[in-house]
Design a protein around this ligand. Sequence first.
Ligand SMILES: CC(C)(COP(=O)(O)OP(=O)(O)OC[C@H]1O[C@@H](n2cnc3c(N)ncnc32)[C@H](O)[C@@H]1OP(=O)(O)O)[C@@H](O)C(=O)NCCC(=O)NCCS
Length: 201
Amino acid sequence: MEQALAIADDAADVSTTLQGVTAGVEERAARMGVELRFGRAGLLDAVEHLWLGLFDHHTSVGAAGLPVIARELSWPRRRALYETLLGKPDAFVLLATRDQAAVGYVLAHIHEGADDTWPTGSRIGEIESLVVLPSVRGVGLGNLLMDAAEQRLAAVGAHDVLLRVLVGNDGARRFYQRRGMTAVMTTMLKLGSPPTERQPA
Ligand SMILES: CC(C)(COP(=O)(O)OP(=O)(O)OC[C@H]1O[C@@H](n2cnc3c(N)ncnc32)[C@H](O)[C@@H]1OP(=O)(O)O)[C@@H](O)C(=O)NCCC(=O)NCCS
């Protein structure tokens, strides 16, 4: 079941004005019966269940063969990260709702300074998260959210976009490749902490 939406509609940092986004994206959203809104921390309560869906998805594709933390620890940590990222200039959450229920989101922020290897501009956008509710996948919402996020980033001078994909999340990797992205780096991790917080097998 989709959880009830808890958007702080009166929050000063939430806006249904889709600044930086083309009319074409707004029309596609309307055709899908989806409402898009940009915001910052005022939207975070609404994305908790979507984040947990991504945590479950990452677990279901094997979590790169490593143990994972207990599920209930994940959102508080992710929320803290989001709050930090959303404190940066031009960072945003883009939330998609349908019939008042949150069905997808993107969270993006900006790295200042041009890349030292590839010929980027002076601001590089990072898609920190992209999630679509399983029941509405495959109808174009993921592409719509990415198009809107990329347009918004470009509107503030970030024409280059990077993101990280979990090893084994092959569906998402194909999705991004179809959108013109190229795999450029692999993140390496060696776990050394005592296994006190791991999820029981
Ligand atoms: C990756 C993800 C965001 C894509 O969202 P989406 O709304 O399904 O994307 P779209 O419908 O715009 O496009 C999906 C593509 O797969 C195809 N597709 C068909 N059925 C599908 C299904 N059940 N699920 C996913 N994709 C499907 C679509 O036709 C489309 O192909 P195209 O790009 O060649 O047109 C979504 O699958 C998701 O939330 N996955 C789990 C979380 C995740 O992995 N996020 C990325 C973390 S890096």
